[in-house]
Design a protein around this ligand. Structure first.
Ligand code: SF4
Length: 688
């Protein structure tokens, strides 16, 4: 049989596993292990195993579509471009906003950023990192001077104490979970803290179940116990950090005694004591966290508390240690690195910094300049502006994002997007967001293009094209370049291929400056920062100094604050949300995979047996879950895995979309919504 094998990088989670796509007669028909990847060593999780199944789905978008009289009709590319250009040219810079994508390549995110700031002169560009790790970017930048995972994935296996908090690693990042198992086999203690007894809890030596939204109290309590026992790393604190006394003033308060923390969090005192002892006496120790930490109105506080704990223990800048923020989507790290954020250009160079602004204006050479040197709106703020200040934002260009499922309070998002005068969506499927668009542009998927993506561990890896896009679909970078040319900026978008775009990125981005496609074309690829072409890359950050100008890490005194919405008589339970092993994000890809979708065909709400009994609800029964934002009908899953008083829903399923219920209250700094805690009521559905 005439088969071709094309090595590429997984399009799902931020782990960055590699596999081969199997190609027959020009079409992707399967995946096969690629054993030379140091990340996954030939293993993949179910999502990776079946990552070929959606590629040739019959409902891929194959032609541009223009909405006429409320219905989409097929159009030529020229007709679609002409309409878009006519509309885009009619808006003032700040009436336009763009959403880039954590799913597409670095090159395409860079071009979308350049299009928004250069062609449209708009300040408003963001993407769904706002919804997952905006608090990591802001919190770690404040503590360490750099907002990314500090260590490598392989490094986790060298840890002697792995503390996982707010991450169901074995379902959300399964091949990182494998490294936890390897650490355990090497003798490491594994501590896990989460409101649910998950697949990750089953691997832990100590599992602490807690009420969602009490992370800061728990972390402060652990730090108090560590300091009381003299387990802090005094030399590290002295030489590498500042403001320890300010931290101490807060964490040593009676409020954070283990007895009080136990009352706040629900974790028994003896478990907190055991965790503090293992953290304090077993080195090196790594912390892994994900959206259980970040998706709160106190997301930045949570991240800074994690950073505080690791600085207190001296667990930074060395193998087996670190603050390991596990990024959700395949290229969410890269989209942030590429400046698809409202406050930075590539490599986190600030838009408001005069020198950085001039550098990009000069490098890009737009004859009529670029956006003002001012911060733009975050995606969550864009939605509020659309509903609250009609007429301020009028036009959006969304590439590869589906806020109609991914964002909190979906009814609010629908109202916001329907308030737009003109919406362009570029995607591979007719998503719930695309249905609201005026023009839909068909894009290529990961298997149909070359490019780079940057995984959670800052490893920049290549995608390799295995088949042509279906019908008339095009790669995102080609669409952006063609649109830019029609807008009159062909000279600023002269690229013949993605490598030329990457070379431009390397020129303007110090942390990528030493990277070339030639250097990336090897199994280990390169971790940023990689400042020169002879630099080996940086798997571990902060070895000698932190990234602040004085080289010191900064302790932050953080007080615990409850979530924005807490249970009351009307809505008596806490609702928390998350992901599962078999599905991905808004389900647009995994629900079109026959195997994955047949494994888990719909969503559910987890209810503790005691709560279910009190409510008269049976397992698998349809119930109505309601919050102040809306109601959905969803099957009940009665399980001891969730603690009494708390309920859990996966958010992948449009027919019981958890984000109808979630709260769009925002962290004041990162503007990330509080997906992880809101007040909910659940009722039996009674026949009318
Ligand atoms: Fe893909 Fe993540 Fe699974 Fe690896 S762990 S195969 S990157 S979904």
């Amino acid at each position: 049989m005439d088969l071709k094998y094309v090595q590429t990088t997984c399009p799902y989670c931020g782990t960055g596993c590699s596999f081969n796509l199997v190609v027959k007669d020009g079409k992707v028909v399967g995946t096969q292990p690629y054993k030379r990847s140091p990340v996954n060593e030939g293993k993949v999780c179910p999502k990776g195993t079946y990552a070929h199944e959606f590629v040739n789905s019959p409902d891929r978008l194959t032609k541009p579509l223009i909405k006429k009289d409320g219905k989409f009709v097929e159009a030529t590319w020229d007709e679609a471009y002409d309409l878009i250009v006519q509309k885009f040219k009619s808006y003032k810079p700040d009436e336009f906003a763009a959403l880039a994508s954590a799913r597409v390549s670095n090159e395409e995110n860079y071009l979308m950023m350049k299009f928004a700031r250069g062609v449209m002169k708009s300040r408003h560009i963001d993407h769904c990192a706002r919804l997952c790790h905006a608090s990591t970017v802001a919190g770690l930048a404040a503590s360490f001077g750099s907002g990314a995972m500090t260590n490598s994935i392989g490094d986790i296996a060298e840890s002697k104490c792995v503390f996982v908090i707010g991450s169901n690693t074995f379902e959300q990042h399964p091949l990182i979970g494998r490294k936890i198992v390897q650490a355990k086999m090497n003798g490491a203690k594994v501590i896990y803290a989460d409101p649910r007894y998950t697949a990750t809890a089953r691997q832990a030596d100590l599992y602490m179940q807690f009420v969602s939204g009490t992370d800061v109290a728990i972390l402060n309590g652990l730090m108090q116990e560590i300091i009381k026992n003299g387990w802090e790393d005094k030399e590290f604190i002295e030489k590498r950090t500042k403001d320890f006394e300010k931290l101490k003033e807060v964490v040593m308060k009676e409020d954070y005694s283990l007895e009080n923390v136990s009352k706040i969090s629900g974790i028994p005192v003896d478990q907190l004591k055991q965790a503090a002892e293992w953290l304090g006496t077993t080195k090196p120790g790594a912390i892994l966290y994900s959206m259980g930490i970040t998706q709160h109105t106190v997301g930045v506080d949570n991240v800074r508390s994690v950073a505080n704990l690791q600085m207190l223990l001296g667990n930074l800048g060395k193998p087996g240690a670190g603050v390991n923020a596990l990024r959700g989507q395949n290229n969410v790290q890269g989209a942030c690195d590429m400046g698809a954020l409202p406050v930075v250009f590539t490599g986190y160079q600030k838009v408001i910094d005069e020198a950085a602004h001039k550098k990009f204006a000069d490098a890009w050479g737009f004859p009529d300049g670029i956006c003002e040197p001012k911060n733009g709106y975050e995606v969550t703020v864009m939605m509020d502006v659309l509903t609250d200040n009609p007429g301020e934002l009028k036009c959006m260009y969304i590439m590869g994002e589906n806020p109609m499922i991914s964002d909190p309070d979906i009814n609010h998002v629908r109202h916001a997007l329907e308030s737009l005068e003109f919406l362009v969506v570029q995607d591979i499927f007719m998503t719930e967001t695309a249905e609201l668009a005026d023009v839909v542009l068909p894009a290529a998927c990961y298997a149909e293009r070359d490019g780079t993506q940057t995984s959670t561990e800052r490893r920049v890896q290549l995608w390799r094209k295995a088949q042509n896009p279906p019908g008339e679909a095009k790669e995102d970078w080609q669409i952006i370049c063609e649109l830019a040319a029609k807008m009159g900026y062909a000279a600023q978008f002269p690229y013949q291929n993605v490598e030329e775009i990457f070379n431009e990125i390397a020129k303007v981005t110090p942390s990528y400056a030493g990277m070339t496609y030639e250097r990336l074309n090897r199994p280990e690829a390169l971790h940023w920062p990689c400042p020169t072409t002879d630099h080996p890359g940086t798997p571990i950050l902060h070895r000698e100094r932190f990234a602040h100008p004085d080289g010191l890490g900064v302790f932050a005194p953080i007080e615990w604050k409850p979530p924005a919405e807490v249970p009351d008589a009307e809505y008596p339970f806490v609702l928390t949300t998350g992901r599962i092993l078999w599905h991905w994000h808004t389900g647009s890809m995994t629900r079109r995979s026959a195997t994955l979708d047949s494994e888990v065909p719909t969503g559910w709400i987890e209810i503790n047996p005691e709560d279910a009994k009190a409510l008269g609800i049976k397992d698998k029964e349809m119930v109505r879950a309601s919050t102040r934002r809306g109601s959905i009908d969803v099957p009940a899953k009665v399980t001891k895995d969730i603690m009494k008083g708390v309920m859990f829903m996966p958010f992948h399923f449009v027919e019981c979309a958890a984000n109808v219920l979630t709260n769009n209250a925002l962290d004041p700094i990162a503007k990330i919504p509080e997906f992880k805690a809101c007040a909910v009521k659940v009722e039996k559905i009674t026949e009318a």
